[in-house]
Design a protein around this ligand. Structure first.
Ligand SMILES: CSC[C@@H](O)[C@@H](O)C(=O)COP(=O)(O)O
Length: 357
């Protein structure tokens, strides 16, 4: 596959920086009006940053958690790797509990445990740091590969609609669904990009259109409730989204609102693509019914930008992910390849049982 993309052009947004002693997280709660980094020197600060969405997006929270383990290691004095593993476990558990739906979090922590288990005696701190670095650099490489694979499915002259934020901010760089969009625009396959606001946290309005603006890529923001009308107008041929967990039967958990986009897309003959690294694949969960869906504070629905919009005493329900059944998905793109019309058999053929790292 010809890779004609100038990746350096997309390197300007880095949500996660390791200084050698601290983890700096681009505070996504303040974007797009302030570009501020939050400095974490302990693993519990990282867990709090993940929980509060200062850092967010499935791959990014996995990478941040891996660095959180490195920070936790700095706080313990221990000679051997086996003792360190025992001492670190409570911090790993707290990191894992920060958010429940994205499997990348537990996947990254499992990799850190496995890296520690491979060390005999000394050198375990360096091994943890190497593993965190590897998790981040593999994610960046996966995104670039998925960008090329996903873009190749899109006919020149197409319009696309995306949801939430799946760009550099949500990953080690370039992005998953947004990586496909970047590649598709660079290859002149995509003529028009639409982004849904993504209520209630507004990842689309605050983050996605800002990221694309940094790249000089024109994008049009729509209210989430305008999506079916947009599809009916014929302006989009693909919906391209990321994922927080892809189950063994191809069901996909992603940001709330994804499921209704998939239903509307099928109704209008618009194709539906899910783009995620293999670290988002969870072959141990048979179907989407078994995924824990995070519910956040109803207060997120009571206000916009800190200003209350709802009268006092109104109840609100705030699930922040939903599950799109595999039958509504035309393609799942990972760095390992593309699965068209995913189901249990094609997922099994692509990923086997994928034992934990
Ligand atoms: C590459 S990011 C893929 C998903 O993590 C993304 O679509 C999403 O749902 C993020 O949710 P968030 O609650 O903002 O962490």
């Amino acid at each position: 596959m010809a890779d004609d993309i100038d990746y350096a052009r997309y390197d300007h947004v880095r949500p996660i920086r390791w200084t050698g002693t601290a983890l700096e997280l681009l505070d996504q709660r303040k974007l797009p009006f302030a570009v501020d980094y939050l400095s974490c020197t302990g693993s519990d600060e990282v867990a709090a940053a993940i929980h509060s969405l200062a850092v967010r997006g499935a791959p990014a929270i996995g990478i941040a958690a891996a660095w959180g383990v490195v920070l936790a290691a700095n706080a313990i004095e221990s000679a051997g790797a086996a003792e360190a593993a025992t001492a670190l476990e409570p911090a790993l558990q707290r990191l894992n509990a920060a958010r429940p739906t994205a499997v990348n979090l537990s996947w990254a922590l499992a990799r850190m445990r496995a890296a520690l288990a491979r060390v005999e005696g000394e050198g375990w701190r360096e091994a943890l740091e190497r593993e965190a670095r590897a998790i981040a650099s593999e994610d960046l490489a996966a995104n670039r590969r998925m960008g090329a694979l996903g873009a190749s499915l899109i006919e020149p002259g197409s319009g696309v609609l995306t949801h939430c934020n799946t760009g550099s901010l949500a990953t080690a760089g370039f992005g998953t669904a947004l990586g496909v969009i970047r590649a598709g625009v660079a290859q002149r396959r995509i003529d028009a990009v639409f982004a849904g606001e993504t209520r209630p946290w507004l990842q689309g309005a605050r983050l996605t259109v800002w990221e694309l603006q940094q790249d000089g890529i024109d994008a049009t923001l729509i209210a989430d409730s305008a999506a079916a009308h947009l599809m009916k107008s014929g302006q989009v041929q693909w919906v391209v989204v990321g994922a927080d967990r892809i189950c063994a039967n191809g069901d996909v958990a992603n940001k709330i609102g994804t499921y209704q986009l998939a239903i509307a897309a099928r109704h209008h003959g618009v194709k539906f693509m899910v783009v995620a690294p293999s670290s988002t694949v969870d072959m141990a969960t048979a179907s989407g019914d078994l995924i824990e869906i995070e519910e956040r504070d109803p207060a997120e629905l009571h206000a916009v930008g800190g200003s209350r919009t709802v009268s006092e005493g109104v109840a609100a329900w705030n699930p922040v992910f939903d599950v799109t059944p595999h039958a509504l998905i035309d393609a799942i793109v990972t760095e390992q390849g593309t699965i068209e019309h995913p189901d249990a058999a094609s997922m099994q053929a692509a990923f086997g049982t994928r034992a934990a790292p």
